[in-house]
Design a protein around this ligand. Sequence first.
Ligand code: AHR
Length: 686
Amino acid sequence: MINENNKTEKKFFSLKNKYKPKAGSVMLLRPYLLTCIVTCITGFSIYAQRKIITVNASQIKATVQPTMWGVFFEDINMGADGGIYAELVKNRSFEFYRPMMGWKVLGKPVTEGDFLVMNRQKLDSANPRFLHITLHNNRRGSIGLNNEGFRGMGIKNNLGYDFSVMYRQSSPGAKMYIELVNEKGENIGGTAVATTATGEEWKKTTASFTATATVPKASMNIWFEGDGTIDLDMICLFPKDTWKNRPGGMRADMIQMLADMKPGFIRFPGGCIVEGFDLSQRYQWKKTIGPIEERQLIVNRWNFEFAHRPTPDYFQTFGLGFFEYFQLAEDIGAEPLPILNAGMACQFNSAELVPLDQLDPYIQDALDLIEFANGDATTRWGKVRAGMGHPAPFNMKMMGVGNENWGPQYVERLKLFTKAIKEKYPAIKLINSSGTDPAGERFDYLNGELRKMNADIIDEHYYRRPEWFLENASRYDNYDRNGSKVFAGEYAAQSDKTVSVNNRNNWQTAIAEAAFMTGMERNADVVYMASYAPLFANADGWQWTPDMIWVNNLQTYGTPNYYVQKLFSLNKGTNVVPLLENNKPLAGQDSLYASATIDKNTNELIVKLVNASARVQNRDIQVDGVKKLNEEAILTILKGGELDDMNSFGQPDKVIPGEQKLKLKGKKISLSLTPYSFTIVRVKMS
Ligand code: AHR
């Protein structure tokens, strides 16, 4: 679907672009001398033959779904533990494969058995291990524990911290003190912890204090004093500045990045994590709700998935579970989209299958989840939700069955799920997987089968080179308008290749995604939802790149890809209107890509244009179907100086959107599109 012009640009596009326009407006663009000469030479002819784009603002082609642009969350790259879950203590309940991972004994124990990892020996315990500590008339500072946190603990000066621990002791002989220390071991805040209760029952004690310094990689000491024994479990430390100040909640700076996007939906909990390496490691939502000490930890599949990026300390505590995901969706105004296991473990790994005649518990999990999310407090699972503090339903409208599953095995299982769910909850829309790739035998087979089944929404994934995104901007132009709808559930342009550690979130990938997204928007009657993947990456603990938002213990930054996603979401509009050049959608001619919507609520026209070429391109947009346009339009422009430009902790604002005003004459919008730029025009109509 690319013309000759486009082929030339494509070639250029893949070269390193050395053109470097100054930051600023398109009207005040002061490019480098060479470009200036080129522009001057060709300027007269360009001016003479400014090409015309037509937009008809009253010809509605499609409704843009409120869910159109959303986010995909998976606990990969330390996205949950060590990421949005604000817990600072790693291995808080000693349930990692190595029970003392993350912990160090401080001082010199008197006997071998002074620090013992015990196991409750109760078969039904979700949290069997605890630490048994024996003291011998110890003075404060002589014996203790240190927790290293998730690649250190990010501590902020003057911020309050909440410590808690479950403990039990037969006599009140042990005293505890906690302190945070910087990399040199110097105290940056702490307090005494009351441990006065005695008896067989586990008690929770809490203590709060304020930190006295900002340290990106601090750690926590627990010092013991006195005589006798004490058992400890669930040793937690949370900052007070969590999202919505919820105790034991989420990292506010990371969640704010999502809230700022106003996403239409949030998909959770993944990704391959839904499937698990084998079925024992699949995601089971029922084990992620209720009191946190009763949520059973399992290994994170990304712990060992890539031999070149091992993360041996990556586990899932499920402190962040399905209740919290639903609550998060509600907080940020996104539709919740849970994805459930289809009775199949990851087909790249063990490919374990649940026999068809034993699938009932899996299907029951799906039915129960709908009741958990939507049932009133008189239902079994609605009552559980209400007991967790949310009596009102979450009003879930859709659910996914399976992630990147393929083959007839998937279809057989999916049919059983679909029958049971549709019988009981006909209004719930089901998302079905079309496998791992956007083309090929597996995709063709599944796409055919799912369409025969009248699937509500088909989940397509594409991790491809930037060129693929440009070449496929027309992908959905010829899709069946009346059949199943599409969820572009995971996509990201790969600057190198899928799973390569050399992939970068550079401007080249972001602009290619923007070009492709104009094609999704143009086809909003087919594409109902889309989300970039993965969402978060911890700079010190990632397995997969590229990722939309990068974080360390104290900072976050959005990549150029983040700003593309955010701009599409914030400038969604309500209805697609036609945008044509020479009677054709603009999908690669002269390396330009464009789409147009109107917003019926604000009565605005919104035009998105991507110039994926190395030259300034001039276009006049002739707007029909309106009486008048406002005299001034707002332009939002996202551009990089070079295709390999990236944001970073040091330079988080290198590629970010800028705004400017543009005077209009009548119903014409005259644009001068900067090389390698993404421009959004918003103008009031009357
Ligand atoms: O986004 C990372 C992974 O890519 C997802 O877990 C999986 O669905 C896909 O293969």
